[in-house]
Design a protein around this ligand. Structure first.
Ligand code: 5GP
Length: 186
């Protein structure tokens, strides 16, 4: 059987074509900057990084390699998209937090903020537990899609309102393991 190399120039899925948007080198460089900035801002604060599964797993891992202060980690899992390319508008918690976050400095780690619905939902859950502070880091933000009044404190890249895959982001659960980010070509 012929081997399929996933990391290539153009990715064809059925009759949809995905083209490169951000390569591995660009992503790495920006994540290093974010890690250093967060390390400076949270010196002596022992923050808890909370990754939003599944999409943030790769970003969370690479980001934490550049965080050079003491910190803890936890994960929360939400479901809003299912296998669709457009948000259903409903969010459910599929895995709750394990950490006790009361009086703690929290940094939510997202792969992408699209409408802001997920971030809005997480904020409500977190505020109930009375953390000392909550900030957000997202590798990607689609400013034109935002429907909620939310502030993302640390942004990797602002991107146009296009569906993207790779580097943790899926297409019907696949393609998360691509090392670069690809956008659906119009
Ligand atoms: P929001 O709640 O901000 O509308 O969407 C956040 C979640 O939707 C992300 O964590 C991600 O799982 C999913 N999502 C939003 N935009 C995209 C996209 O362009 N590609 C993929 N694969 N997932 C997306």
């Amino acid at each position: 059987m012929e081997k399929e190399n996933l990391n290539r120039d153009i990715i064809q899925i059925g009759n949809e074509k995905f083209v490169p948007m951000l390569n591995e080198e660009k992503i790495k460089t920006r994540i290093k900057e974010l890690g250093e900035q967060i390390s400076n801002d949270y010196m002596n604060k022992l923050p808890i990084f909370i990754g939003v599964l599944n999409g943030s797993f790769m970003f969370m891992s690479d980001l934490l390699k550049h965080v050079n202060i003491h910190c803890e980690i936890d994960f929360i899992k939400l479901s809003s998209y299912g296998d669709a390319k457009i948000s259903s508008g409903n969010v459910r918690t599929l895995k709750e937090l394990n950490a006790d976050i009361s009086e703690r400095h929290i940094i939510i780690v997202e792969d992408i903020v699209d409408t802001g619905l997920s971030i809005n939902y997480i904020t409500e859950i977190l505020n109930y537990h009375k953390p000392a502070s909550v900030k957000y880091v997202s590798l990607l933000v689609k400013p034109a899609s935002l429907k909620f009044d939310i502030k993302i404190d640390y942004i990797g890249f602002e991107i146009p309102n296009q569906f993207v895959i790779g580097y943790g982001l899926d297409y019907a659960q696949k393609y998360r393991n691509l090392t670069s980010i690809y956008a659906l070509s119009e």
